[in-house]
Design a protein around this ligand. Structure first.
Ligand SMILES: Cc1ncc(COP(=O)(O)O)c(C=O)c1O
Length: 449
């Protein structure tokens, strides 16, 4: 790993979008490039031997959602994401001199991994700049491919500036992970595979960060079958495509911590915007809790580990934001599977909580022998399992013979949690549930058991 100190160019002091983007030669805001269908087919031909043609299989969740869902499993690429498509194509298109000198990329992880892996395969030296918030697992994997890793910048916006400056100083080719036209073309190849794998598709749902995947998919699909709807999805914490739609141009938007870390790009690309703006049908912004539930559903029902970004499409469906496609055939792009195991654990717990299957409450019980055990027996009598019990004596204000017990319980489904709540209310005078737990319920598990 290398330390590199970023010093802004004079020309970058301005806050305007235009000046910042001017420094990346492949993304000129004044001359945005519209990626063509021909470039996508050319990319498909060139990358074929180095990319996995991933399965696009029917989902087990079709009954649950009321849609005929197919899952394009691009998390099964070697480095765990679709980003390999664009990365390989962009690197194959380098001149011999550029190949020798090497490339630089800025990324939260998946693009970096893809560039590192294919650089390693093709014998091209790679330097990646990763913001300090990049997931540990992704950072480690980049190092495994012998790449030079620079960890700098608080977010993608900063990492990108550092990478561009580094590329200029060292005369290396900078490969923008979502806006380089070759990257967009490479990402579009996934759409060609989908059309070969699934007949009569009505809609394709595309996780959206900088907009490269969305733009590539939209061009390929609208050229071959304009009737297929293209839906973009982004997290509420980084809704940069939505911001561009509101301003009719790419614009910086503030981004917060999100489970969909792969989508955390503060401004979508100019080329991605130019290519996609008139051909996408809908953009959906999903809430974080639905992303957690979607990750949980993928693990439980599909036996797939999908990262937050890749789970956004299902999140939008579960949240009821794509109900117009009920009865229709919908393809979800599962764009990545690189998730830290600790984050996965947290997502699963959050998913269970949002689902109404992990609930907590405080019950004041008698402090006489048997008081707490009576509560535990009562909870167990309806088949609810206790995950945690904490009891509190010192701060109970009612009487000295009482104790407040905080219990975290795992239930079968939302209705089971309601049964627990009603039972405790009927037996104890002081019971406190956080009512939010009963508002964010997703759907009864009995629907998909
Ligand atoms: C897993 C995953 N899905 C989707 C995206 C979004 O792709 P794009 O930035 O081209 O919109 C990314 C971007 O890094 C990603 O890593």
């Amino acid at each position: 790993m290398e330390n590199y100190t970023y010093s802004p160019d004079e020309s970058e002091d301005s806050d305007t979008n235009e000046v910042m983007e001017m420094v990346d030669p492949s993304c000129d805001p004044n001359k945005p490039v519209k990626v063509s269908f021909e470039e996508i087919t050319s990319a498909a031909y060139r990358i074929k031997s180095g990319i996995v043609n991933t399965a696009c299989s029917k989902s087990h969740m079709s009954d649950l959602t009321g849609m005929d869902i197919y899952l394009k499993k691009d998390f099964l690429q070697h480095t765990g994401s679709f980003k390999e498509r664009g990365a390989r194509y962009a690197m194959l298109m380098l001149t011999e001199e550029q190949r020798q000198k090497g490339v630089v990329a800025a990324s939260l992880g998946n693009h970096a991994l893809a560039v590192c892996y294919h650089g390693y395969q093709l014998g091209i030296p790679v330097t990646v700049v990763m913001p300090i918030i990049a997931p540990i697992m992704k950072i480690q994997k980049c190092r495994d491919y012998n790449a030079k890793v620079i960890m700098e910048g608080k977010d993608m916006g900063e990492a990108k500036k550092i990478a561009i400056q580094y590329s200029k100083k060292n005369d290396l080719t900078y490969i923008n992970g979502y806006d380089n036209p070759q990257i967009i073309a490479g990402q579009g190849t996934i759409a060609l595979e989908i059309l070969e794998q699934v007949q009569d598709v009505d809609a394709i749902v595309v996780p959206t960060g900088g907009g490269g995947l969305l733009a590539g998919v939209a061009v390929a699909i609208k050229t071959l079958n304009p009737n297929i709807k293209i839906i973009g999805v982004e997290s509420e914490r980084c809704a940069s495509y939505n911001a561009a739609m509101e301003s009719s141009k790419p614009i910086f938007t503030s981004i917060g911590g999100t489970l969909a870390d792969g989508l955390a790009v503060p401004m979508i690309g100019y080329n991605a915007w130019e290519t996609s703006k008139n051909i996408i049908d809908k953009m959906v912004v999903v809430k974080e809790e639905w992303i957690a539930v979607a990750i949980l559903r993928f693990v439980e029902l599909e036996k797939c580990v999908v990262e937050g970004a890749g789970a956004c499409g299902l999140a939008a469906i579960l949240a009821g934001q794509l109900d117009e496609f009920k009865g229709k055939r919908v393809v979800l792009i599962l764009s990545g599977g690189n998730i830290d195991t600790t984050i996965l654990g947290r997502c699963l717990e959050r998913g269970l909580a949002a689902d109404g299957r992990l609930v907590k409450c405080k019950v004041t019980v008698s402090d006489r022998p048997g008081g707490i055990s009576e509560l535990c027996k009562l909870i167990g009598s309806i088949g609810v399992s206790i995950k945690d019990v904490i009891h509190e004596r010192a701060w109970v204000t009612s009487d000295v013979f009482s104790v407040e017990v905080k219990v975290v319980c795992e239930t079968r489904d939302y209705n089971h949690s309601v049964e627990l709540r009603d039972l405790l209310y009927s037996r104890y005078k002081k019971v406190r549930f956080d009512n939010n737990q009963f508002q964010s319920q997703v759907s009864s598990t009995s629907d998909y058991d």
